[in-house]
Structure formats: structure tokens, C-alpha cells
Design a protein. Structure first.
Length: 168
């Protein structure tokens, strides 16, 4: 007997998934479309306004960012509409936009056993890690629901010990 296809395929309507303010960077928004804990996979949209500088970060996961619209940069690498950034751990970098802004479809893949995704570095030398607990907590929620969540606790819980030096 064949199982129903719906046991295996989720259909997520992004048009019914609210954008949330990404409180970590002024003007940025995001929405988590799907989290899958068994594989530590997260699919989200990320929206950067024009002339935006987001956080310096590195990865614990493989990250894939497909540019749905607009344009953005990592240093002198320019990603235009239709371009894919495929990122493996090992580099610290910082997304910025110019006049256009950009909307991305981003897939974070930690793989089994690795539920940390990104580590963001603050200018004061601190860092914190965005992992599955944070992204699971905000999956598909509304901005009003977001306000009820203790995001700082979710992020701090995942700050890895001892790897927090601000890169020179
Ligand atoms: Fe990155």
C-alpha cells in the first residue's frame, strides 16, 4: 500500500506566511517557511532594504541563498537576481545591499546533529548563534506572536563557548 503523498510533501504558501521584522538589523525582514529538525534544514525568505549592512557572520551549516529579486554583495562578489550563493563553513563575511535592496530564498542545512546555523558577530566583540531553536520558534508566526517570544534567550542559549572573539 502506498502512503499518501501528503505524508511526505508539505505545501507551504509563502503568500500566507507573514513577514517578521528582523530585529537584529534595522529594516530587514524575514519569514521562516519551513523547519525540519531531523535534518536541521530551514527554508526562509530574507529581505534586505536598500543600502543595508547586515551582520558579519560565519556558518556552522551549508547555506544556499538564491536571489529572488534585487542585488546584494559579499565584499566584491555581486549577486544579482537569479544568482545563487552556495556557502560552506569556513569564511566570515557580511551581506550588504546597494540602491536596489534584495530578497533571498535561503536554505540552511546543518545536517543531522548540527542544529547551529549562523554565528553573528557584533561590533562590541560579542557574538551569538542562530540555531534551530530560534528559527523553529518563529516558523510561520505573526509579528504580534513574535513580540511574545524571548528571542534573546533563544539566541544566547546557542552561543557556542569559547569561539566568540571578534575577528580582526
Ligand atoms: Fe553567509
Amino acid at each position: 500500500m502506498h502512503p499518501e503523498i501528503s505524508d511526505f510533501v508539505n505545501r507551504i504558501e509563502s503568500s500566507n506566511t507573514p513577514w517578521l521584522p528582523y530585529g537584529l538589523v534595522e529594516g530587514c525582514s524575514f519569514r521562516v517557511l519551513k523547519t525540519h529538525e531531523a535534518s536541521n534544514t530551514v527554508v526562509l525568505n530574507f529581505l534586505m532594504p536598500p543600502n543595508c549592512t547586515t551582520q558579519l557572520h560565519d556558518h556552522f551549516c551549508t547555506a544556499m541563498a538564491y536571489t529572488l529579486e534585487g542585488e546584494w554583495m559579499y565584499g566584491n562578489q555581486v549577486f544579482k537576481q537569479g544568482d545563487l550563493a552556495f556557502e560552506v563553513p569556513g569564511e566570515i563575511h557580511q551581506p550588504v545591499t546597494g540602491e536596489a535592496g534584495a530578497q533571498l530564498l535561503t536554505i540552511l542545512f546543518g545536517g543531522p546533529g548540527e542544529n547551529r546555523f549562523l554565528r553573528n558577530f557584533e561590533e562590541d566583540g560579542s557574538s551569538y548563534t542562530i540555531g534551530m531553536p530560534f528559527l523553529k520558534a518563529v516558523e510561520g508566526i505573526t509579528p504580534a506572536e513574535l513580540e511574545q517570544i524571548d528571542l534573546e534567550a533563544l539566541l544566547q542559549d546557542y552561543t557556542p563557548p569559547d569561539e566568540t572573539a571578534f575577528p580582526q
